[in-house]
Ligand binder design. Structure first.
Ligand code: HEC
Length: 183
């Protein structure tokens, strides 16, 4: 009797496993919308910047509501990274690396804050709100004027003070590279 129960259990388990094996559970194919929602990286040259726009004045209001609690103001340090000032200090003993003094591309500021900030609710603002906050940060770092408008055309053209402070770790492949290895 006991053996029969074990046998039945064995057969059921086998049948169940075999049935599962016949139906691979791949899920739904991802739609273009699904993919677009997840692919939101902006490249340093501005490729894939979204529509929308913002100004420093609009950004100031948002920064106070969404960011100041942790990052402080241009005059007062907060509990998280300092985002203002430090210009000309990179490479000196008083080095203060901020997005203004250290980061080489304005597009990366937009990309980073959109994907990672506010810390507790990344991607929770609209693209125009992220443009505005970027505009505010660049303005407070002396990089753009107070009436400058930031969008996908203007942002890549804004020059960061430390744009030449990095070396290219991946230099262009020399023309004769391939021939050398073919020989
Ligand atoms: C709850 C606290 C908090 C809030 C609110 C917050 N941040 Fe941050 N932020 C952080 C922390 C912590 C880090 C460091 C994260 C890390 O290194 O992984 C950071 C990093 C950053 C950096 C990178 C600094 C650098 O020099 O590397 C930027 C830029 C930034 N935040 C912008 C913002 C903006 C803009 C907002 C508002 C939309 C915001 N943060 C809201 C906590 C916060």
């Amino acid at each position: 009797m006991y053996m029969r129960k074990i046998l039945i259990l064995f057969c059921l388990t086998f049948a169940f496993t075999a049935a599962q094996a016949q139906q691979p559970r791949f899920g739904e194919p991802a739609s273009k919308e699904d993919i677009d929602k997840r692919f939101f990286s902006v490249f340093p040259d501005g490729e894939f910047l979204p529509d929308g726009q913002g100004t420093p004045a609009e950004g100031a209001v948002l920064f106070e509501e969404q960011c100041e609690l942790c990052h402080g103001t241009p005059g007062e340090k907060g509990i998280a990274d300092v985002l203002f000032g430090g210009h000309g200090t990179i490479g000196t003993p008083q080095s203060l690396a901020t997005i203004g003094s250290y980061w080489p591309y304005p597009t990366t500021v937009f990309n980073y804050i959109r994907r990672a900030m506010p810390y507790v609710a990344p991607m929770s603002l609209t693209n125009s709100e992220y443009y505005s906050i970027t505009a505010y940060l660049l303005h407070e770092n002396g990089i753009i004027g107070e009436n400058d408008v930031i969008n996908k055309d203007t942002l890549p053209k804004m020059e960061m003070p430390n744009k030449d402070g990095f070396v290219n770790a991946y230099p262009e492949v020399p023309d004769d590279y391939k021939t050398k290895f073919d020989e």
